[in-house]
Design a protein. Structure first.
Length: 269
């Protein structure tokens, strides 16, 4: 049975304990672009100005990103503040895994998708194949990195570091089928409480189902998630056929035009 995580954004408090736990357990460096040496001391220069979000995005050294979304206006009395702990979704239909030419990306027996660092050649095809922008290139190692779902922990009977650290149980680790059952019940409870837009994102309707899926209180795009994510490589054959068809049509049109002009020139002569 595949393992995964259910992320309930309705009880996320934005404490970033999950980010810290992820960094510590996986021994991830600070993001190089976010720090600079000033007066002989390393200082952070990554202030995004976007609420309390100073990570900004997922990178090769930031495998977890707590999003802060401010909606409405406190002056109008309709202020809403959403938080979401984002990471790799470990998709059932994983685009990154499909395009990897060296099979560096692999799915384990527990359903999580990992990058085999000793096999990765740094071609970066997986980066463009991921509809979530999860995978990033590590300039220091020349390879790509992303969340592994704490592969070493879960294969030794432990939960993920982020789920272990979460103080509100907003992140829950377990068997995906069991998590989906409890998640659906949670959605119904929230709707009864008046949260009409409460919904699951990443149920079986998205890329065959996301092994890391979310309960959202608003539309997916509000949380920076694609409404209908697609795998770019799935469009390769249709687009190729359109290209070939277009080339044939243009070629025939040019041939007809050339013959028409040639015949006209012969009549004038």
């Amino acid at each position: 049975m595949p393992k995964g995580m259910f992320v309930d954004t309705s009880i996320c408090i934005g404490c970033k304990a999950c980010q810290v736990a992820c960094k510590e357990w996986n021994e991830l460096d600070g993001e190089p672009d976010d720090f600079r040496e000033v007066d002989g001391r390393l200082k952070a220069v990554n202030f995004t100005g976007n609420s309390y979000d100073n990570t900004g995005r997922l990178t090769a050294t930031n495998w977890r990103h707590v999003r802060f979304i401010e909606r409405g206006s406190s002056l109008e009395g309709n202020m809403a503040w959403y938080m979401m702990s984002d990471s790799c979704k470990h998709c059932t239909e994983a685009g990154c895994l499909e395009v990897c030419p060296t099979h560096a990306l692999m799915r384990t027996d527990l359903g999580n998708v990992i990058v085999q660092q000793d096999v990765c050649n740094g071609c970066r095809m997986c980066i463009s194949a991921c509809p979530y922008g999860v995978i990033s290139y590590n300039k220091r190692t020349g390879r790509v990195n992303k969340c592994t779902l704490c592969d070493d922990r879960i294969h030794n009977g432990l939960e993920t570091a982020c789920a272990k650290a979460c103080p509100t149980d907003s992140i829950v680790f377990g068997e995906v089928d069991e998590l989906r059952t409890s998640a659906r019940q949670r959605v119904e409870t929230l709707k009864e409480l008046g949260f009409d837009k409460a919904q699951l994102y990443g149920d079986t309707d998205v890329l065959g189902g996301l092994n890391v899926f979310y309960l959202l209180l608003d539309d997916p795009e509000v949380y920076g998630q694609p409404v209908n994510p697609q795998l770019p490589q799935r469009n390769l054959i249709p687009n190729s056929l359109w290209s070939v068809g277009s080339a044939v049509f243009i070629g025939l049109a040019a041939l007809v035009s050339f013959r028409t002009r040639t015949n006209g020139a012969k009549k004038e002569a």
